[in-house]
Design a protein around this ligand. Structure first.
Ligand SMILES: *[C@@H]1O[C@H](CO)[C@@H](O)[C@H](O)[C@H]1NC(C)=O
Ligand SMILES: *[C@@H]1O[C@H](CO)[C@@H](O)[C@H](O)[C@H]1NC(C)=O
Ligand SMILES: *[C@@H]1O[C@H](CO)[C@@H](O)[C@H](O)[C@H]1NC(C)=O
Ligand SMILES: *[C@@H]1O[C@H](CO)[C@@H](O)[C@H](O)[C@H]1NC(C)=O
Length: 378
């Protein structure tokens, strides 16, 4: 199905809900997270490179995103009538940070990085980068108007939206060296670290918080391939039970933290978004939303059912047993939920974004933002 047809099919299924209005009128967005919302930090940092077919569907080139096209953050920026967020570390091409800045970096976790971490840009580092960014902006604004096309105004920091999508790597990464009980026991420590960063941002003037919970990690081809060899460990959708249980417990405690902070930050708004339910519903009811493959990677190696091989990232070629093999993209990415076994396809991200914008999956709920979505460009 072409993206527009799928998109229309998915909005026709939505039931309008009427709730308190959330202003979608923000002068700037500051985003913190991992690969789910990284628009180029990891690649700009030179930690890794991306090859086609990454980026092919929308950007026609690898665009710093672990996806064939746009991420949820891109669709949400579009829905707010704002340009895509530039990556904090992108230095060439005079990127404008006037409408905000993206600190999210693929592989990042909430807990501080260790020598074996995939990314050095843990949540605390991203918050520190934000403070450095803000200090520099205030300094430049003090020099007059010459930079106004490139940097936010002073009050954008209090009126802007602070978005967060992080925690997946704290959980999924920990399963490689810890038992399920140990992973679950570590959740409060992870969330104390998250709370510390949120409070620092609040103390420096952030007032609008938008927090995504973590998805059904057990439904990712990567985790099914690595931890799902025993069918008794899978649920009825073929997802790894342990990972989904840990994700749900993380989300329960994250939701409680959001409620607590909303109580403490009387003059702020904290919006919690239930990404888990949207994604699990998509994996369960994929055909109703126009997809054909819920847990097969589009870009990978090995063929069905998972088409995932941890040794060959999407777009790369390796020599196995003397012959060259490549992790290639599928013919029609819109049939697939999973792009590379770890991240969602653009089609998957569009579906998730359209569900977020119904306002039904958030606490507090907000009224339907469909009129914004209809402006999305395909
Ligand atoms: C929080 O939300 C309420 C209700 O929508 C709104 O009146 C208020 O201005 C918001 N506050 C901030 C800081 O965005
Ligand atoms: C799948 O769709 C059915 C029908 O709308 C719904 O009852 C069910 O909760 C959905 N499954 C999940 C996992 O959300
Ligand atoms: C390489 O050869 C070994 C032994 O024949 C086989 O078990 C393995 O699956 C092969 N690897 C690949 C990637 O084809
Ligand atoms: C992709 O399309 C080509 C040409 O139509 C076909 O030969 C190939 O089998 C298709 N691949 C898949 C995975 O469907």
């Amino acid at each position: 199905m072409v993206p527009m047809a799928k998109f229309l099919a998915s909005i026709l299924l939505l039931i309008p809900f009427a709730f308190a209005d959330v202003s979608f009128n923000y002068p700037a967005v500051f985003n913190f997270g991992d690969s789910n919302s990284d628009t180029g930090v990891r690649i700009a940092a030179g930690l890794e490179s991306l090859e086609l077919p990454n980026g092919q569907t929308y950007f026609r080139r690898p665009a710093g995103r672990f996806c064939d096209g746009r991420l949820i953050i891109d669709f949400l920026m579009d829905a707010m009538d704002m340009p895509f967020l530039n990556a904090y570390l992108d230095s060439v091409g005079a990127p404008s940070f006037q409408k905000g800045c993206n600190f999210a970096a693929a592989g990042s976790a909430i807990l501080p990085a260790t020598a074996s971490s995939v990314s050095p840009f843990s949540f605390g580092i991203q918050v520190a980068q934000f403070f450095r960014f803000k200090d520099r902006v205030l300094e430049l604004l003090g020099e007059g108007n010459k930079y106004t096309r490139y940097i936010p105004m002073v009050d954008f920091f209090s009126q802007g939206l602070y978005m967060f999508d992080i925690g997946q790597n704290d959980l999924a990464g920990a399963f490689y060296s810890k038992t399920e009980d140990q992973v679950i026991a570590s959740i409060p420590t992870i969330l104390v670290e998250f709370e510390t960063g949120l409070k620092q941002l609040y103390n420096q003037g952030a007032r609008r918080f938008w927090i995504h919970n973590t998805g059904p990690l057990g439904c990712l081809p990567q985790n099914i391939a690595t931890f799902g060899k025993d069918p008794l460990k899978l649920d009825e959708l073929g997802c790894v039970n342990a990972h989904n249980r840990a994700a749900k417990l993380f989300n329960l405690q994250l939701h409680a933290l959001c409620t607590k902070l909303q109580g403490q930050f009387a003059d702020a708004n904290v919006t919690y978004i239930d990404i888990f339910s949207i994604k699990y519903n998509l994996v369960a009811n994929f055909s109703r939303y126009g997809f054909e493959h819920p847990t097969t990677a589009c870009c990978g190696y090995g063929g069905p059912p998972l088409n995932y091989d941890s040794r060959i990232p999407c777009g790369q070629t390796k020599i196995f047993n003397g012959s060259s093999v490549t992790a290639k993209g599928c013919n029609d990415t819109t049939e697939y939920v999973s792009w590379d076994g770890i991240h969602y396809t653009e089609a998957g991200n569009l579906h998730v974004s359209s569900q977020i914008l119904t306002g039904k999956y958030s606490d507090p709920p907000f009224s339907d933002k469909m009129p914004f979505l209809l402006k999305l460009k395909f």
